[in-house]
Ligand binder design. Structure first.
Ligand code: ADP
Ligand code: MG
Length: 344
């Protein structure tokens, strides 16, 4: 780390109380020290799609490392290869060349079956078109990842209810997706992605179908959750305003990383934009206060009398293997429809 940055941090640290921002920067500084190992390492990643006689080079030699608790943005125009890269990171597609190591495991070499379990244990997903199951209520959609992990109904419903309250949908538990606005559906999507506190959350154009105001709500919600649970958040977008929330911005162009931007000094911190952290909680578009802003520290670990269930990675059972195939199908279906739709 350059000396100037170090000095800046010491100034912040010596102010009367360590603000959230300074705490985050300190955490990020630690992340960048050599003692912190990357959780994801990609080397020489190449993906070539063959369409008849034509070859599309979607990724052309990507190297990158992602650290624990890092908020990463893959930023680029439509067709630059962002979704392909995200899908590789999530093990949804195999590379043509190169390697992907996550938590010490070569996920590009894993069998589909092992991958499904690995994803279940470690990853959550937020999609541009929400991908909620239309026949399930909000609560059942959110509880789904827990049911695949073999968590008992009573416990998973309790947890799902709690998540829905956190995203400001306490009064929409029984609503089906069609009975909710886009912003509300995406909040259900976020609750579902975070319900099992996976270590990594992927979001591909999560606000691509939402208006500006809702976009800010959704971004703040995701970033806040990731911060409070010390998760790694990887966001794909074409929108620089979204990228502004990230610690690190990878500019993707023609299947390559054209530049890497350390955004920590100027990033948007939830609660600091438009509304102050000391004011009353932000009100969402449907005028429901979002409990989220008060759920600190540690959203999932919030004080509660009911017994907590551990992170999803610790509760995966043998039974879950069978169910993993099911979630696999759902994810694949959702993902494939995502890749081929142009973002707005
Ligand atoms: P982005 O998410 O940045 O818009 P994508 O990763 O979806 O870009 O696509 C990168 C390039 O790869 C595009 O030219 C796209 O048409 C191509 N591509 C993506 N998926 C496939 C596929 N399954 N088959 C053929 N070409 C694909
Ligand atoms: Mg895309």
């Amino acid at each position: 780390m350059p000396e100037t940055e170090r000095e800046d941090l010491s100034v912040i640290g010596s102010s009367q109380s360590l603000s959230l921002r300074a705490a985050e920067q300190e955490q990020n500084r630690l992340t960048n020290e050599k003692s912190v190992k990357p959780i994801i390492t990609i080397k020489g990643l190449t993906k070539v799609f063959t369409l008849g006689r034509e070859k599309v080079i979607a990724l052309n030699g990507i190297d990158l490392q992602i650290y624990p608790n890092e908020i990463v943005c893959l930023l680029g125009t439509s067709g630059s290869g962002k979704s392909t890269l995200l899908n590789m990171l999530a093990g949804l597609e195999k590379p043509t060349k190169g390697s992907i190591v996550i938590y010490g495991e070569r996920i590009d070499k894993m069998s589909e079956r092992k991958l499904a379990i690995f994803r279940q244990k470690n990853m959550g997903f937020v999609f541009q078109s929400y991908n909620l199951l239309p026949n399930l209520s909000a609560i059942d959609n959110v509880a789904l990842p827990l049911s695949f992990a073999g968590v008992k109904k009573k416990v998973r419903n309790k947890r799902a209810r709690k998540m829905l309250k956190l995203v400001g949908l306490g009064k929409r538990m029984r609503h089906k997706p069609t009975q909710m606005s886009g912003g509300q559906q995406q909040r259900v999507g976020i609750a579902r992605a975070f319900v099992g506190t996976p270590k990594i959350v992927f979001a591909d154009e999560p606000t691509g179908n939402l208006d500006t105001k809702t976009t800010i709500e959704i971004m703040e919600m995701m970033v806040r959750m990731a911060r409070e649970n010390r998760q790694t958040l990887i966001i794909v977008t074409h929108d620089i305003e979204i990228a502004a929330y990230a610690d690190t911005i990878y500019h993707i162009s023609d299947g390559k990383i054209s530049s890497v931007e350390d955004n920590r000094e100027k990033q948007i911190v939830p609660g600091k934009q438009g509304h102050d952290a000391n004011e009353s909680p932000p009100v969402s578009s449907d005028n429901q206060p979002q409990d989220l802003s008060q759920a600190s520290p540690g959203i999932i670990a919030a004080a509660e009398s009911e017994p907590e269930i551990p992170p999803i990675g610790e509760i995966i059972t043998q039974d879950a293997e069978k169910e993993a195939e099911e979630i696999e199908k759902i994810l694949e279906k959702s993902d494939m429809s995502e890749i081929h739709t142009e973002e707005k």
